[in-house]
Ligand binder design. Structure first.
Ligand code: BGC
Length: 753
């Protein structure tokens, strides 16, 4: 026995040397030649002039791709090349114009992450990822800093728009698809921000105090799936601390969990200026510190010289980074880039994918689609004229245009009162200018300034009732990096509310319908006003073709098939995380690189995740709290029948199938959701948890599809903190096949011993 083991160990060692690729051998050779200073220089990257300038910026590195977020440092002595990294999740975020150059360098603004996850269509999302990666390759970018994939722990997190869901399964599957898509082009994806980066308030210093179980089941799970199913070549750690230590400095997370448990074999980088102790970061396995500062290099060198950091850790990071660099597009023989991506083709991709992630929340009396023949529309709301394509900060995209609702409706053959349009456009301009003055220059490029809503007199509304056959009100919200949303942004303003009340009253009195379009990046309050209009469409922030995408749905050219990736609460106070979230708490935390002094302020310096695993529907459904719209909810212009559910064990697998038929009168797609209720006899378990989902193909009326999904028994497990293991409780599990978390169509059971 001992001999066999020795033999196997010897063989493994031999293979480790003999089976090394040519590249690995080349990298080994280079590392041997590198001085410690050169290694340290490689491990801290550099910013890019105009965007992230740091004192390590290399003269000739500047502005190769203006607006990109950074590069790695070349080492000329050894002819070590570099790579270029650029944001972000909704498209490549580089400058659209360049000094002394007549050309433009626009990128496509695709829908925000939240809209993508609302499609529940991983194939479609992969295609969007592929289009983003294609633009990266055309613009000479090697690493796309996306997807963003933190959990929507609370509705007010300012960056929820970049992220996918309150549920880790939907998050992980969507992220994996985006990663696969981006990487089909040879560029690397960079899922971020690992992990538990769930608020912007004091984002550089906030300490997340979370249980091991919640960490594992909610906050790490999505990353685990993204790594195992998406195989990203890079990954970005988050700014925040977890239980006292910055994530980028935690070896248990970056090496033990990510690399050893999940099998991640790529390069880990910090978020820009993340972490305070370079030696701990390198020891943790966080290979690249971005955007790189001189003191970080010095600190790595000093730590090795003083024996606090093992040079082997440095070498391991250098090797991983060199592999990424040598495998990157710009370092392949004959690589060139032409700066001419097919923007026309991608406009079509964003237009179509956006329609599939819009969620029809209400449609009384088939108010939508707008009856054919109706052409005169009364178009209300500033956002109709100043439509919001996406969020601000690194997740923004410098696009060539944004199609507004006005333009989208006109392109679809509708007409809108030019006088009302002119009045709105004028108001928008003036209101934006006035609001801009209130914002200090320092933050001006960080937030998108929104106009206030324009008050309308009853006479003005009456004139529209006279003229138009149908009314549309668009309500808009902006949000972005650096700030959490205020509670006032969750609720409607008084002007918005009176607009809704007055328009609905006047149009209904004349027997005419009203639809509300929500042009938002995060959940808003709907319970108090949703009775007023006939229809509500959540269009999210759907990218640069937004107005066309919305018009496709309103006109019936496309049938909505999106479903909510998060719960819409009645009130903010209902949410399990509200007591431990910085609701309307403000701090001086606004600059990118600076840290605030820790004064132990609750929800700012630290945030207690007391709700544990009870995030989103896990909270609302277990406590039977009334919600405005549940997780997984969304209507269609058609109806679907669920029948013939089959659940069968086959070894470790649980095979589920269900027949879905289109029982309505127009073609449509249906999202099928599988929730599991555990026996809960020996473990604390939520009322139900999403364990699988699938989307049908476009089904014509009368057509059906047998949807098949497979779970593993391991998917039923929960993390047991005492034994530090995943445990599957024995007993009877209920398998619910559902249309939303609150609309279960069929339930079967399965026994687990
Ligand atoms: C953001 C990252 C982004 C990086 C580079 C940071 O402020 O948190 O998401 O990738 O900047 O732009």
């Amino acid at each position: 026995m001992k001999k066999t083991l020795l033999f196997l160990a010897g063989a493994a060692l031999l293979c480790a040397t003999a089976c090394k690729s040519e590249l690995d051998k080349k990298i080994d050779g280079l590392v041997e030649q590198m001085t410690l200073e050169e290694k340290a220089r490689l491990l801290v990257g550099t910013g890019n002039e105009g965007r992230w300038v740091s004192e390590t910026s290399y003269g000739d590195m500047k502005n190769i791709v203006p607006g990109a977020a950074g590069t790695t440092c070349p080492i000329e002595r050894l002819e070590l090349p570099f790579i270029i990294l650029s944001d972000g999740p909704a498209g490549v975020n580089i400058d659209s114009t360049r000094e002394n150059e007549p050309g433009t360098y626009y990128c496509t603004h695709f829908p925000i992450g939240t809209l993508l996850s609302s499609t529940w269509n991983t194939q479609l999302v992969e295609h969007v990822g592929q289009s983003i990666g294609d633009e990266a390759i055309h613009y000479g970018v090697d690493v796309v800093l996306g997807p963003g994939m933190n959990i929507h722990r609370h509705p007010l997190n300012g960056r929820n728009f970049e992220y996918y869901s309150e549920d880790p399964l939907l998050t992980g599957k969507t992220a994996a698809a985006v990663i696969r898509g981006i990487q089909k082009n040879g560029v690397a994806a960079c899922p971020k921000h690992f992990a538990a980066n769930n608020q912007e308030t004091n984002r550089m210093g906030n300490d997340v105090q979370v249980s091991q179980r919640a960490l594992r089941e909610i906050y790490l799970k999505g990353f685990e799936l993204a790594v195992k199913e998406g195989h990203p070549k890079t990954l970005m750690t988050s700014y925040n601390k977890i239980n006292g230590v910055s994530v980028s400095e935690r070896r248990d997370l970056v090496t033990d969990f990510l690399r050893d448990e999940c099998g991640f074999d790529g390069t880990v980088m910090t978020d820009w200026y993340g972490g305070d102790h370079p030696e701990d970061q390198i020891h943790a396995g966080n290979d690249l510190l971005m955007p790189g500062q001189q003191w970080q290099m010095d600190s790595i060198v000093n730590a090795v010289n003083a024996g606090r950091l093992d040079e082997k850790d440095v070498d391991a990071s250098v090797k991983r980074l060199l592999k990424l660099i040598y495998e990157s597009p710009r370092n392949q023989a004959g690589h060139t880039y032409d700066n001419t991506p097919d923007l026309k083709a991608h406009a079509e991709v964003t237009r179509q994918s956006a329609t599939e992630g819009m969620v029809l929340l209400k449609n009384d009396g088939q108010a939508l689609p707008i009856a054919s023949g109706m052409k005169e529309i009364a178009l209300f709301g500033c956002a109709s004229y100043d439509f919001i394509a996406g969020g601000s900060g690194s997740g923004d995209v410098r696009r060539a245009y944004t199609v507004s609702m006005l333009e989208g409706l006109q392109n679809a053959g509708y007409s809108v009162d030019p006088l009302l349009a002119a009045r709105y456009e004028d108001f928008v301009k003036q209101s934006i200018a006035a609001n801009l003055e209130k914002v200090t220059a320092r933050f001006a490029d960080m937030v998108r300034i929104r106009p206030d809503e324009m008050p309308l007199t009853e006479q003005e509304i009456a004139a529209q009732v006279q003229r138009a056959e149908y009314a549309i009100i668009t309500l808009g919200r902006t949000q972005g990096e650096y700030y959490d949303r205020k509670s006032s942004e969750f609720y409607l303003s008084d002007v918005e509310r009176s607009l809704l009340v007055n328009v609905c009253r006047a149009f209904h009195a004349a027997g005419k319908k009203v639809a509300v379009v929500l042009n938002i990046g995060g959940v808003i309050e709907t319970a108090s006003w949703k009775e007023l209009p006939d229809a509500i469409l959540c269009a999210w922030q759907p990218g640069q073709e937004g107005g066309n995408s919305v018009a496709d749905i309103l006109s019936g050219k496309a049938n909505p098939s999106g479903k909510l990736p998060m719960t819409w609460p009645v009130a903010l106070s209902d949410d399990g995380a509200t007591v431990n979230f910085p609701v309307d708490q403000t701090t001086e935390n606004v600059s990118v690189a600076s840290r605030r002094k820790d004064v132990g302020e609750k929800n700012v310096d630290f945030t207690r995740y007391d709700e544990g695993i009870y995030v989103g529907y896990r909270w609302y459904d277990t406590r039977a709290i009334e919600v405005s719209y549940p997780f997984g909810y969304g209507l269609s212009y058609t109806t679907f029948q669920y029948s013939d559910a089959k659940v069968a064990r086959s070894g470790k697998n649980i095979n589920i199938s269900v027949n879905i038929s289109n029982s309505g009168s127009v073609a449509g797609k249906e999202v099928v959701e599988v929730y599991v209720t555990a026996p809960g006899a020996s473990m604390d378990k939520p009322a139900k948890e999403l364990k699988a989902f699938a989307k049908t193909a476009l089904l014509n009326p009368g057509k059906s599809e047998v949807v098949k999904m497979t779970l593993s028994v391991d998917d039923l497990s929960s993390y047991d903190e005492d034994s530090q293991q995943w445990i599957v409780e024995a007993g009877t599990y209920k398998i619910h096949i559902a249309n939303s978390s609150r609309d279960i169509r069929l339930t079967e059971t399965v026994e687990v011993k």
